[in-house]
Every structure is written in C-alpha cells, then in structure tokens.
Design a protein around this ligand. Structure first.
Ligand code: DGY
Length: 327
C-alpha cells in the first residue's frame, strides 16, 4: 500500500483548499481562528511531509531543525518574511507563496486607504455616528485632493503596477522607485522612474509596495519622512517594518507629513493603545489588503496546489526557492 504524504495546516482555511489537499494527502488542521501554538507546531513539524502556513507563523531555523521529513512549506500569502527561506533551502525544503491571485484585491485596498486617508472618511463617518454632525461647516473634514496629485510608488511589482493603473483613472501623475527600472511598465503606464529622495520630495502620496527584506527594513525612517511634503500622505499595505513606526508617530505629531493610511504594522495585531491609534490623521486597518472572499479562497487553493505539487513530485506553480532537478 502506498503511504500518503502527511500535512499540517496551521489554521482553518476554505473548504475548497482542503479538498485539493485531501485528494493526495492525509492532513490535520489547527482548528481554531487563532495562530497555532508554537509548541504544537514544533511537535507537528517532526512528523509531517508538508506544512501549509500563514504569515502569523514564525518558521525559524530552530523550528526547521526539528523537521525530519519536511519537503515543502506552502505559505498562504505573497509575503514570506516569517519564513527563514535560507535555512529551508539548506535543508532542501521547498518554500512556495501565492503571488498573482491577490494583486488586484490588494491594489483595491491600497487605493481605498489612499482615498480614505486623503479625505478623512473614517473620521467623518465616526463624527456622524457619534452625533457630532450638527451643521454643514465650510472647512470641516477638508482633506487633500487625489485627482491630479503626484503618486510615488515604492516597488513597482505586480501590486505597485496595479495601483499605478488605478491612479491613471484619477488623473494622477505616477512616479516610482524600485530596485530595478521597469521600462516596459514605464511605457505601458506612463510612469517615471526617480530615485527615492526625489520620489519622497515630489510625491503627494507615497504608497509602499516592496517586500520586507533586510534591505527594506526601516526604508522609511526619520530622514525619509522629513523629506516628504507637509501635505503628503503615506500609505503602507506591504509590511509594517518597512516603516520606522516611532519616526512615523513623530512625523504625524509634528506635521512633517499630513496623514497616513496603514494596513500593516511592526507588531501585529497592533495593540489598541499604540500611539499611532491616538493620532487623528491615521487611518488604520487590521491587515486586510487581500481580504475579499474570492481572493482569500484563491490564495488558500494556490497554497494547497503548491503543497500537493511538491509532495507528488511536480514543479509547484509559484515557488520561492525552487531549482529544477539536473537533467
Ligand atoms: C500577503 O499575502 O503577503 C498579504 O500581506 C496578505 O494577503
């Protein structure tokens, strides 16, 4: 009898994805809506061939050292900064992620956050709900115009480019800074490459779309925030640690920049007493960039397909560290 691969899934995920796994593997799920207990994961990793992980799981070198037969870590997210990919690669473990399927939903959310922060939409809604709308006031909740403004995109990958496409509909002028120039996108989207200091100085809106790596950790700190316009709005839907949060709090308190729209934080979940939440010009969301029903289901299914592909000897659709076997 052929033994089926064993898999551990670190959270409840959509049924469609479980069906994909069930066709080829025996699996167990951490059947709660909270992150898996690290002690449980440390036990499970010893006995499984595959893990399906979320961005809330710390897959460290120490954890990987406990694995005896692990062949694949299939992350249900495009970002994988929670996984020590180098350590996994050294052990011959394939890491996969879920790019592509979440691009448009995340770009929608980034643009929603941009509009919400620019026009203070949550603040205005709160005021109405709390009975503070007593009359029409000429300058109440006046914000920054989005149409015709300059949008600076940091990281012109899939999501950055999708945000640039949305900006065109608002008549925005798009400039970008990326590790490498994207001449094809410059032509297709009509955007202009600039260096980071120029982008920060010229943009009315700065939107971050690069991955978190040692190079991008605190890419936006005090000097960068001081370079931005006092009317500028910072949008971050990528990873919290790309921005120095303490510097951002000072920037908003002291008026170096005008507002921030944030979906990601250094420490998640963001504690309710965090200084950012005491600032009126911050629009803060709980990491929901990709959170549409269709997209989250597609992410879970893609993670399941990646997992099954490796465990059945195929090339996974979206690997992070795959090397083709020698011919
Ligand atoms: C990701 O995929 O990395 C997002 O942060 C969650 O969708």
């Amino acid at each position: 009898m052929v033994t089926r691969p064993r898999v551990y899934i670190t959270r409840r995920i959509p049924q469609e994805a479980l069906h994909i796994v069930a066709r080829h593997c025996d699996f167990e799920v951490w059947d709660r809506d909270e992150p898996v207990d690290p002690a449980v994961l440390a036990e499970k990793i010893r006995e499984v061939d595959g893990l399906l992980t979320l961005l809330t799981d710390a897959v460290t070198e120490d954890l990987l050292a406990r694995a005896r037969r692990l062949r694949v870590i299939a992350q249900m997210a495009v970002g994988y900064d929670n996984i020590d990919v180098e350590a996994a690669t050294r052990r011959g473990i394939v890491v996969t992620n879920t790019p592509g399927v979440l691009t448009e939903s995340t770009a929608d959310l980034a643009f929603a956050l941009l509009l919400a922060a620019a026009r203070q939409l949550p603040q205005a809604e709160r005021s109405l709900r709390e009975g503070r709308w007593t009359t029409w006031r000429p300058m109440e909740f006046t914000g920054q115009d989005v149409h015709g403004a300059v949008l600076g995109i940091i990281g012109l990958g899939r999501i950055g480019a999708a945000v640039a496409r949305r900006a065109a509909g608002f008549g925005m002028q798009v400039i970008y800074y990326s590790r490498s120039r994207k001449l094809d996108l410059e032509a297709a989207l009509g955007c202009r490459y600039v260096d980071l200091p120029t982008l920060l100085g010229e943009a009315d809106f700065v939107s971050i779309h690069c991955p978190l790596t040692p190079e991008t950790h605190h890419l936006i700190g005090e000097p960068e925030l001081r370079r931005m316009k006092p009317t500028a709005v910072l949008i971050n839907t990528a990873r919290g640690a790309i921005v120095d949060e303490a510097a951002l709090v000072r920037a908003l308190r002291e008026g170096w920049i005008w507002a921030a729209g944030l979906d990601v934080y250094h420490r998640e979940p963001l504690p309710a007493d965090h200084p950012l939440l005491g600032l009126e010009r911050v629009v803060a969301l709980p990491h929901i960039g990709s959170a549409s029903i269709r997209t989250r289901t597609r992410m879970a299914c893609l993670a399941a397909e990646n997992l099954v592909a490796v465990l059945t000897g195929q090339r996974p659709p979206t690997p992070v560290n795959w090397t083709d076997p020698a011919p």
